[in-house]
Design a protein around this ligand. Sequence first.
Ligand code: NI
Length: 258
Amino acid sequence: MTLFDTHAHYTDNAFHKDREELLGKLLPAAGVGTVVVPGVDVESSRSALALAEEYGYIYAAAGLHPEDCAGAGEAELEEIRRLCQHPKVVAVGEIGLDYYWAENPSKEFQREIFRRQLALAREAKLPAIVHDREAHGDSLSIVREFPEVTGVFHCFSGSPEIAAELVRRGWYLGFDGPVTYKNAKRAPEVVAAIPLDRIVIETDAPYLSPVPHRGKRNDSRNLPYIVEKLAEWKGVTPENMAEVTFENGMRLFPKIRP
Ligand code: NI
């Protein structure tokens, strides 16, 4: 089966020792056919694009993450806009709201940077990769302000009701390692409630390793654990789930050409 990892941070320092071997050999050999590497600030967005230029199956997203947007202003937003014009930058991301960490930039500032980047996505006609942690209400209401913009809510953790509204508005939902955790209660309900053609898979590498590798560094070779769990919840075969999520990823990121 060919797998599409729609969210992996291969620019992260956790990969500095073996990035070349992993991206050059190990992932393609494991059936990983396409990977999107999101940026979290200007620097990592540039690094993500550098990886995309080096490896044919890798694509980049450019964006300012809510945890990393402190001090961002016109210059940073302008650079994100510029990067989005590159043929291998296929989305604006990772952007959104994170109300979990007390040391994050203020909620008000996060919302402003989120809105500015949704406006960039609208202008560039690109999908957005949204991070929403403990900020479901505000994330949804801001997304409603930009009806022309769709994309993916990555590592979706909201309710079935929010999932249903996002799907209605044309969004995809991304699922990763936590679906394999024993305490995954909402995810089965959400997955049952949304159509198969709106589900994409992701690792969020190096974070969120699925069981049985929980706690260790994550990479796209762990996607089959996520595929299996989603297939079980949806009552399809893992092969079918892999195929459908691959096609969904291609539809989500129209700039990627086979
Ligand atoms: Ni991420």
